[in-house]
Design a protein around this ligand. Structure first.
Ligand SMILES: *Cc1c(COP(=O)(O)O)cnc(C)c1O
Length: 483
C-alpha cells in the first residue's frame, strides 16, 4: 500500500514535476499545435478500472508522456493562433502551485483572511494598472472579485441586475413577469446562457442591430427597443456592451449605450473579456472609453492575454449592494463573528458557488514578476505582430483584410478570384483545415456578413516575429495550392 505522500516524497516528485514542466516549455514548439488524436484515442490508452493498489508517481509521469501528451492541443505553442490566447506563464504556474500547496478554501473571510484580503488588494492593483474608474475600487461602494470565467461573471451580473430591477422579488418568488436582456448579434454566447440559467429565458434576450461596417451596437436602436419593451409591460434588466467582440474584436460605443441605460434605469454590463487587459498600455486606454459614465459591472480575463493561467476572470461592480443582495444566504453553519460584524468581505456572496480557490496568488505572482512594464511589453508585442501581419495581408492582392485590428486579432481571407461566394467560403474552410492538419499552426474562423473569415489571434508568450512570418508564408503557399 502507498500511504499519504510524505513531505520528503513530495519534494522528490515535486522536483520531477517542475522539471517536466520546464522541459515541456523548452520543447513545446516540437509538437503539432493541434492534437492529431482521433475520438477515443486517449480513452483507449487508459485502463478501464482504477488501481486497487497505489502506484508510484513515476507511473503517472510516464503515462503523461505516453497517453496524455498526444491528446493535447498546445495552447502555449508559438504557432497557436486559434480562438483567443490562453496565456500561461512561469509565475502564474508557481502561484497556482502555491495555492494548491496551501489547500485553503476561501469561501468566507474567516476561512482564510489572506485569501480574501490578497484578492481585494490584487483586484485594486489591476484596476489601477488598467486605469479603471475609482468607483470600481474596494475603498468605496464597489469592488472587484476573481470569477472562474467571463461566463460566470456574466451570470453574476445578470443576477445582481435582476435583484436591483425588481427589488429582490424574483429572487424570492421566482420570475413572474416578462424580464428582458439586451445584446447584439456579436455578443458572446455566455450572455444568452446567463439569461437561460437566470430564468429570464432565451426568448427574452433582445438582439439589438449593429452597424454593418463596424459591427458595433447601435445605441439608437437599443433605446427604441427598451422604450417599446417597457411600454409593452416588460421589465428590462440588463444591457451587455462588448469591448473587443469574440468574432472580430469589434467595440460597442459604451458611453452612448451607458447614457441610454441611465435614462432607462437599466444595468449596463461591459464584457471586455479579451481586450480589456490592453488598457495596461496608455496608448490603448481608449478601450476604457465610457467606463467613467453609467456602467454597473465590468469584466476582463487575465487568463486570456495577461499571462495568468486559466481560470482567472476579473469582475468589478460599481456598487456591491445588489450583488450581495442577490447572492447572500447565511445558514447557521456558516455564521461567524467576522461576517456578522460587517467589517469583512465574504466573497462567497459575490459568486455562484460557495467554495473558492486562492486564485489571487497566481495573479499576484504575475503582476509582481512582470511589473506594469512587463505586462505592457507583452501586450505591445502582440499588437505589433498583429499590425505587421495585417500590413502584409493588405499588401497582397490575393487576400482581403478586415480593416479593424487594434489588438492581437487579424481577420482575413483569400479572394479566390472568380469563385462564387459559397464556393469561395468552402475553399477558405478547406484551406484552414489543411493548415491546421500541418501541425505548424492552428487557426480558427468566423463569419461576417455571412462570409467566412480566418481569424489569426496572436498573443502566446512564445510567439515572435519568425513564427508569424512562417505562418503567413505557409498560409500564402497553401492558398496558392488550393486556388
Ligand atoms: C472569451 C470570451 C468570453 C468567454 O470567456 P470565458 O472566460 O471562457 O467564459 C466572453 N466574452 C468575450 C467577449 C470573450 O471573448
Amino acid at each position: 500500500m502507498t500511504g499519504h505522500m510524505t513531505p520528503e516524497e513530495f519534494r522528490r516528485y515535486g522536483r520531477q514535476v517542475v522539471d517536466w514542466i520546464a522541459d515541456y516549455q523548452e520543447k513545446v514548439e516540437s509538437y503539432p499545435v493541434l492534437s492529431q488524436a482521433r475520438p477515443g484515442d486517449v480513452l483507449a490508452g487508459l485502463p478501464a478500472h482504477p488501481p486497487e493498489r497505489g502506484e508510484g508517481f513515476e507511473a503517472v509521469l510516464a503515462d503523461l508522456d505516453r497517453v496524455v501528451l498526444p491528446g493535447i492541443t498546445h495552447w502555449q505553442h508559438p504557432g497557436f493562433f486559434a480562438y483567443f490566447p490562453a496565456n500561461a506563464s512561469g509565475p502564474a504556474i508557481l502561484g497556482d502551485l502555491l495555492s494548491a500547496g496551501l489547500g485553503v478554501q476561501g469561501m468566507l473571510w474567516a476561512t482564510s483572511p489572506a485569501c480574501t484580503e490578497l484578492e481585494t488588494r490584487v483586484l485594486d492593483w489591476l484596476a489601477e494598472l488598467l486605469d479603471l474608474p475609482a468607483r470600481f475600487r474596494s475603498g468605496g461602494a464597489g469592488g472587484g472579485v476573481i470569477q472562474d470565467s467571463a461566463s460566470g461573471a456574466a451570470l453574476v451580473a445578470v443576477l445582481a441586475a435582476l435583484h436591483r430591477a425588481d427589488g429582490g422579488a424574483s429572487g424570492r418568488d421566482g420570475i413572474n413577469r416578462r424580464h428582458t436582456l439586451y445584446i447584439s448579434s456579436q455578443t458572446h454566447s455566455s450572455m444568452e446562457k446567463a439569461a437561460r440559467v437566470a430564468g429570464i429565458g432565451a426568448g427574452n434576450v433582445r438582439v439589438v442591430d449593429t452597424d454593418p461596417g463596424t459591427l458595433a451596437m447601435d445605441p439608437a436602436r437599443l433605446e427604441a427597443m427598451l422604450a417599446a419593451d417597457a411600454a409593452a409591460g416588460a421589465l428590462p434588466v440588463l444591457v451587455c456592451a462588448t469591448v473587443g467582440t469574440t468574432s472580430t474584436t469589434a467595440v460597442d460605443p459604451v458611453a452612448a449605450i451607458g447614457e441610454v441605460c441611465r435614462r432607462h434605469g437599466v444595468w449596463l454590463h461591459v464584457d471586455a473579456a479579451y481586450a480589456g487587459v490592453a488598457a495596461v498600455c496608455p496608448e490603448l486606454r481608449w478601450v476604457n472609453d465610457g467606463l467613467d459614465g453609467h456602467v454597473d459591472s465590468y469584466s476582463t480575463n487575465p487568463h486570456k492575454w495577461l499571462l495568468t493561467n486559466f481560470d482567472c476572470n476579473a469582475f468589478w461592480v460599481a456598487d456591491r449592494e445588489p450583488l450581495v443582495g442577490a447572492l447572500s444566504i447565511l445558514p447557521e453553519y456558516l455564521r461567524n463573528r467576522a461576517t456578522t460584524s460587517g467589517e469583512v468581505i465574504d466573497y462567497r456572496d459575490w459568486q455562484i458557488s460557495l467554495g473558492r480557490r486562492f486564485r489571487a496568488l497566481k495573479l499576484w505572482s504575475v503582476i509582481r514578476w512582470y511589473g506594469a512594464e512587463g505586462l505592457r511589453e507583452h501586450v505591445r508585442t502582440g499588437v505589433r505582430l498583429a499590425g505587421g501581419l495585417a500590413e502584409e495581408i493588405a499588401a497582397d492582392p490575393g487576400f482581403e483584410l478586415l480593416p479593424h485590428h487594434p489588438f492581437g486579432l487579424v481577420c482575413f481571407r483569400p479572394r479566390w478570384e472568380g469563385l462564387p461566394d459559397v464556393e469561395a467560403d468552402a475553399a477558405t474552410m478547406r484551406l484552414m483545415e489543411r493548415l491546421n492538419a500541418s501541425g505548424d499552426l492552428y487557426l480558427t474562423h468566423t463569419k461576417v456578413g455571412g462570409r467566412v473569415l480566418l481569424r489569426m489571434a496572436i498573443g502566446a508568450p512564445a510567439t515572435g516575429d519568425a513564427h508569424v512570418a512562417a505562418a503567413w508564408e505557409r498560409i500564402r503557399a497553401e492558398a496558392a495550392a488550393e486556388g
